[in-house]
Design a protein around this ligand. Structure first.
Ligand code: MN
Ligand code: MN
Length: 270
């Protein structure tokens, strides 16, 4: 059950309202990586969660995000309020001034309505936790940009608080994921196809006008990856992808490009 207490989780003070900045703040109110999206994503995941400790974590953080929503909404409202009566302020966002009376609505900074399509809820706990880690990272970087574009001290402090909590959440979700004890690339139950899983397709080749060229890194230069050069140009086709067999890829000349040589675990360096 939910209960509302007439206090903000972080006291919001605004020196001089800036309607244009209030508009930017809406990104964290009704935007894709905003507080409502976070609150709903974690709460809905929590309702679906059968792992008792993780359900508690999801409901704790989902509920905290609602408190964040209240903070960012209050903050945005303080910045937008002059639009209600001041024509010059209203010019920054006529929609908020005319239709919303200088108040917040569940829209992002571009005026698009909030949508449940923002939510990532798969019903697979480790997959959901990965989505949450990424969501917290996105929220953090949006707060950082807002802080960079803000001169008001009180506003900066509230944003700093909200930004900090996202890192706390990101860490908690990461620790929850680790606590499940799953191997890093073990998603779901059906194993990937041996051979195919260890192929790297060099699908972008040549040299660009700005000096872009093929590079190597840990993702394509190690002892378990087979690099397939320009597969499309060789009319490369994978013809079989059962979970137990993957020695089935041919190039134009009919020679096998690669094969399943052992029962190596995907993504595991020996
Ligand atoms: Mn938050
Ligand atoms: Mn968060």
């Amino acid at each position: 059950m939910y209960h509302h207490i007439k206090k903000l989780m972080f006291t919001v003070r605004v020196g001089s309202p800036e309607p244009r900045f209030g508009n930017m703040l809406l990104e964290q109110f009704g935007g894709a990586n905003g507080e409502l999206a976070a609150a709903m994503q974690y709460s809905v995941q929590g309702i679906n969660c059968e792992n008792i400790p993780c359900k508690d974590l999801l409901m704790d953080i989902g509920t905290e995000e609602l408190s964040h929503l209240e903070i960012i909404g209050t903050l945005a409202r303080m910045h937008l309020k002059p639009m209600k009566k001041d024509a010059e302020a209203a010019e920054h966002d006529p929609l908020i001034a005319i239709a919303g009376g200088g108040g917040v609505a569940l829209c992002n900074s571009m005026g698009n309505s909030w949508t449940a399509d923002y939510l990532k809820v798969t019903g697979e706990l480790d997959v959901d936790l990965r989505s949450n880690i990424a969501a917290e990272a996105r929220a953090k970087i949006v707060y950082e940009r807002l802080i960079d574009f803000c001169d008001d001290r009180g506003t900066k402090e509230a944003l700093q608080f909200l930004m900090t909590r996202e890192i706390t959440h990101m860490r908690a979700f990461t620790q929850a994921l680790e606590s499940l004890g799953k191997a890093p690339f073990s998603i779901g139950k059906i194993p990937p196809t041996p051979g195919i899983v260890d192929q790297y397709y060099n699908d972008s080749t040549g040299e660009g006008d700005l000096g872009e060229k093929d590079t190597t890194g840990p993702w394509n230069d190690n002892d378990f990856i087979t690099v397939v050069e320009a597969p499309a140009l060789k009319e490369f086709q994978a013809v079989k992808a059962t979970p137990t067999s993957g020695e089935t890829t041919l190039d134009k000349n009919g020679s096998k490009s690669t094969g399943s040589k052992s029962s190596k675990q995907p993504g595991r360096k020996k």
